[in-house]
Design a protein around this ligand. Structure first.
Ligand SMILES: [Zn+2]
Length: 196
């Protein structure tokens, strides 16, 4: 990891929650603020970032077929923070709330979004489907685990959940463990250890 990629030692203090006449989210850090549970609209180039945001529990739409005008209009109407690397889009369509993403790697992108918005950390990871953005079910019961999980993962510790949207199942396997480790490195001092 290069020096420029190192995680910061500390995160900026959460901005004051004093209401503003008009939210002024954007890339100028002094102007950035965010609700405790931000909602995002990721442009088509940021699919992997969208998945990481969903791992943190944040409602993040990703609609690759959408034209830029519709993307910005929907984001504005739904109160979403638009995430894009497209300066032309920002200049021409001027979304209400946005973060101009500067990095290539999805984890660096995630760190930038968290640093600029400084939202409340989640209390739990993997509560939203990383594929379809639907909130996951409450943890499966023992009977549901026995009926739905592959035999070799039924006894793993930690909750298992299902996605009501697409049917995918989530459990604390090796893949989830690697993702938690990556988040621990990326979001040091922001993500509480008990969440990991
Ligand atoms: Zn799903």
């Amino acid at each position: 990891m290069s020096a420029s990629n190192r995680c910061p030692r500390s995160w900026p203090r959460r901005p004051s929650c004093t209401p503003r006449a008009r939210p002024a989210w954007g890339s100028a850090r002094s102007e950035v603020t965010a609700p405790a549970q931000p909602k995002f609209a990721a442009d088509a180039m940021l699919a992997r970032l969208a998945r990481w945001l969903r791992v943190l529990g944040w409602d993040t739409t990703l609609q690759p077929g959408l034209d830029d005008t519709t993307l910005v209009r929907q984001a504005n109407e739904e109160g979403r923070i638009l995430l894009t690397r497209d300066r032309g889009l920002l200049r021409d369509l001027r979304p209400d709330r946005f973060v101009e993403v500067h990095h290539d790697g999805p984890l660096e992108q995630l760190r930038q979004v968290v640093r600029e918005l400084n939202p409340e950390p989640p209390h739990e990871l993997f509560t939203r489907c990383t594929v379809c953005n639907t909130e996951l079910s409450p943890p499966l019961s023992d009977a549901e685990r026995a009926a739905r999980l592959p035999p070799d993962v039924r006894e793993l510790p930690g909750p298992a959940r299902a996605c009501p949207g697409c049917g995918r199942l989530y459990w604390r396997g090796s893949h989830a463990k690697r993702m938690r480790t990556a988040l621990a490195h990326c979001l040091t001092d922001w993500l509480p250890r008990e969440v990991l």
